[in-house]
Design a protein around this ligand. Structure first.
Ligand code: FMN
Length: 400
C-alpha cells in the first residue's frame, strides 16, 4: 500500500511487506514473508521510529512524505540497528539533512560505522525523555534484546511501546495492521519461530527487559515485525509468549529429531515415538533433519520440554545435519530440556558418543538409557527404544 496507514490520531504505520526474500538473515525460511515496520508520530515535532530494509526504501520514503504532510522530519529514533531496520538511514539523512538521529552511545557508534553519520546524532541514556509536544517519549535501554544497542521507546501519552524486534513475528501484514483487523492466531507460531531463530540465545537479557516493561502501563505494542498489538488480551498473550520462551520453559511434548540415510535409524525414532504415544504423550513431533529446515526444528525444541536426538555414524562422526542441529541448539544456550538419544553404526560407532558429549555440554537432564544399534533393528534394539520412550513419558508425566 503506497499510503501511510493511520493507526491512531497522529500515529502512522509506514512499514513495508517483503514477499520476495526466501531467507531472513539468509538463514531462516520466509514462507509467509515478513514485514519491516516503521512508524511516524506527527506532533508539534515529528518522530520516525526506525526505517526499513534498503530494498524497500522507495516505497517507504513515498509513504513518509505523505504522512509528514508538509511538516519537516525532526527525529528518527533508532531502536535497533540491524540493517532490516536501519537500512534506509543513510538515504533518510540525505533526504532530510536536518533530522536528528536519536539513539544511545552504542547506536551512535554503529550509525557512524554503517552509515558514516557523525553529526546531528542525539545520544540519549536509559530513562531520558524527549517531548514532541503532546507526546512524551521515554527511552528504555534493553541491551542484547537482540543487539547491544537495542532499546525500546515508550510514549507515556498514549502508552505505546515501540519495542524494536521484541514481540516481532515472521509473516507479512496482508491488509490488516493491528490485531483488531486480523486473526492473531495466524502469527503465534511464527512469533515462536522468530524468537527461537533470531533472539533465542538472549533469554536472560529478554527477562531483564520484560522486568523493565513490567512497571509500564502498555496499551499498544508497535514492534518492527508483524502486527501492532492493541487488544489487552493480545498484549498479555504476546508478552507471555516472550516470557515463557526466554525462560526456556517448554510444554509437555517431545521433539524427536533424527538423521537417517537408509531408514534404519528412522525405525528407532518411530519406535520411541510409538511408545511415547502408548504412554499418553500427545505432542510428539518427528523431524527428519535432512528434510525439515532447522528453523522449524529449533522452534519446536523451544516449544516442548522433551528432546530426543538420533543419528547414524557418518565417517566416524555424527550425521552432518544432526551435528548442525546440535550447534544451533548449543548456540542458543538452550536450557531445561529432558534429553534422550540413540544412534547407529555398521563397523565402529561414534554417533552415540558425540550425543553423550552434547548432553554433558548442554547440562540437559538425560532420560533413560541411550540406545546404540549395529546395522539394523533386532529385538533387543526395539526393546531398548521402547524403554527410552517410556522413560521420557514417565519424566514428562511427573511434571503434570
Ligand atoms: C557415507 C557413509 C559413511 C558411514 N560412515 C560410518 C562410520 O564411520 N562408521 C560406521 O560404523 N558406520 C558408518 N556408516 C554406516 C552407517 O552408519 C550405518 O549403516 C547406519 O546404520 C545407517 O543408518 P541409516 O540406515 O539410518 O542411514 C556409514 C554409512 C555411509 C553411507
Amino acid at each position: 500500500m503506497l499510503k501511510p496507514i493511520p493507526i491512531k490520531d497522529d500515529l502512522f504505520y509506514i512499514g513495508v511487506n517483503d514477499r520476495t526474500k526466501h531467507l531472513f538473515e539468509n538463514l531462516w525460511p520466509l514462507p509467509k514473508g515478513v514485514s519491516y515496520n516503521s512508524y511516524l508520530i506527527s506532533d508539534e515535532k515529528t518522530a520516525l521510529f526506525d526505517t526499513v530494509d534498503i530494498c524497500y526504501s522507495d516505497i517507504f520514503f513515498h509513504k513518509l512524505e505523505i504522512a509528514l504532510n508538509g511538516k519537516s522530519l525532526d527525529y528518527v529514533i533508532i531502536n535497533h540497528m540491524e540493517p532490516d531496520h536501519s537500512g534506509s538511514l543513510g538515504l533518510l539523512r540525505n533526504r532530510y539533512p536536518n533530522v536528528k538521529v536519536v539513539g544511545n552511545k552504542r547506536t551512535a557508534d554503529m550509525v557512524q560505522g554503517f552509515y558514516g553519520i557523525t553529526d546531528g546524532v542525539m545520544v540519549i541514556d536509559d530513562g531520558d525523555q524527549l517531548s514532541l509536544g503532546k507526546h512524551n517519549l521515554v527511552f528504555n535501554l534493553t541491551p542484547m534484546v537482540h543487539w547491544p544497542e537495542t532499546m525500546m521507546t515508550y510514549d507515556t501519552t498514549d502508552k505505546i511501546i515501540f519495542s524494536g524486534d521484541a514481540f516481532g513475528t515472521f509473516g507479512t501484514l496482508d491488509g490488516g495492521i493491528t490485531d483488531t483487523q486480523l486473526h492473531p492466531e495466524r502469527y503465534y507460531d511464527e512469533m515462536i519461530r522468530y524468537y527461537s531463530n533470531v533472539v533465542g540465545k538472549f533469554g536472560s537479557p529478554v527477562q531483564k527487559a520484560l522486568e523493565k516493561l513490567g512497571s509500564l502501563d502498555i496499551k499498544m505494542i508497535c514492534s518492527t515485525h508483524g502486527p501492532v498489538w492493541t487488544i489487552d488480551e493480545q498484549i498479555k498473550k504476546v508478552i507471555s509468549i516472550y516470557d515463557k520462551l526466554s525462560r526456556y520453559d517448554g510444554d509437555e511434548g517431545v521433539v524427536i529429531a533424527y538423521g537417517s540415510m537408509y531408514g534404519n535409524t528412522e525405525q528407532m525414532a518411530e519406535t520411541v515415538a510409538y511408545e511415547l504415544a502408548q504412554q499418553g504423550i500427545k505432542e510428539i513431533i518427528l523431524h527428519n533433519v535432512s528434510k525439515r529446515s532447522h528453523s522449524y526444528i529449533i522452534r519446536d525444541i523451544f516449544k516442548y520440554k522433551g528432546l530426543i536426538v538420533g543419528s547414524p555414524t557418518y565417517n566416524n562422526k555424527l550425521f552432518p545435519e544432526v551435528e548442525y542441529l546440535l550447534s544451533k541448539v548449543e548456540g542458543r544456550d538452550m536450557k531445561h530440556r529432558y534429553f534422550g538419544y540413540f544412534g547407529s553404526f555398521t563397523w565402529a560407532g561414534a554417533a552415540v558418543k558425540r550425543l553423550a558429549q552434547f548432553a554433558l555440554d548442554t547440562k540437559f537432564e538425560v532420560i533413560g538409557e541411550p540406545v546404540e544399534m549395529r546395522q539394523a533393528m533386532r529385538h533387543d534394539t526395539y526393546d531398548a527404544c521402547i524403554s527410552l520412550g517410556k522413560a521420557m513419558a514417565d519424566r514428562l508425566k511427573q511434571d503434570r
